[in-house]
Design a protein around this ligand. Sequence first.
Ligand code: NCD
Ligand code: ZN
Length: 347
Amino acid sequence: MIDRITIRKPDDWHLHVRDNDMMRACLPYTARNFGRAIFMPNLLPPVRTMAEGIAYRERAMAALPEGSTFQPLITCYLTDDTDPDDVERGFKEGVFTGVKLYPANATTNSAAGVTDFAKIERVLARMEKLGMRFLIHGEEVDPAIDVFDREAVFIERRLIPMTKNFPGLKIILEHLSSKIGVEYIRSAAPQVGASITPYHLQLNRTDWLGWGNKPYMYCMPVIKTEPDRLALRDAATSGDACFFLGTDSAPHSVAKKLAVVGAAGLFNAPVAIETYAQVFDEEGALDKLEAFASLNGPRHYGLPPNEETITLERQNWVAPEEMKVEGPEERALIYRGGEVIPWRVVS
Ligand code: NCD
Ligand code: ZN
């Protein structure tokens, strides 16, 4: 039995730290174990221009603990009106690592997202030319489509045509959530890769809804069936280069999570790498953790892996229940709060 593992420092290829008080509260959890993270741009208002990207990166740097070497990677929120020249400047000046597509109204803070896919073609053509990465929340929001089928329909209707129209565009389908999605990624790699969250690896929809409605398991894309979960575990632990770590850690205040129309998103940064280690251990695949957490993501993004390492040990600890936040948001509950976690980061 393996009780201790050292891997290159991981990166988080999909993270929400929000802004201001919430960012100051939650960013240290990520900065402690990860070298870099892709910062999602779905703020209110979103990060839509190079100028907004520079300002957000400065606020993020100011929220980091003293002496931290953590690097925020900022992304541009795509709208119907995004200016390809601004995107190009943002990329060339090292402000934007990629551009993020939210179909309008697919998830938290996506109201300003894309409503007309014809309007974004000029931006996609420019990104293809520049070698800039395209990050996608891959869900079709047509009200005629069942919420559990949104990912599969998006792949058919939107993603496959985009890969054909822009064959040189390197894409990330984020927070992959279905067996159909896993099969698609295998067929579309290396042009398309996918990040996988800890909670899609752990939960099925019976956990979420079968024993009382658990708002703390509500996220987009929604948690799916047991066969979907098993396909995702198989994909993540395969070591295949097209699958990599992206926590989708997404803190919300308790009030927003428990409102009549509750916010989608789970705050998992305090237990993220430990949860992945547990999943890989359960699958007898600890030898593949480094590929998934620390190598495949940088390769898909065309970046070097981190030089530093982290060490995890088999050691029980209890996850904190909540995180205090200054100001009106007050507190956010932590995914797996109060649970015994069998792996711990020791250095
Ligand atoms: C995310 C959030 O809260 O910003 N919510 C979620 O359910 N995952 C947005 C997202 O990534 O969809
Ligand atoms: Zn997200």
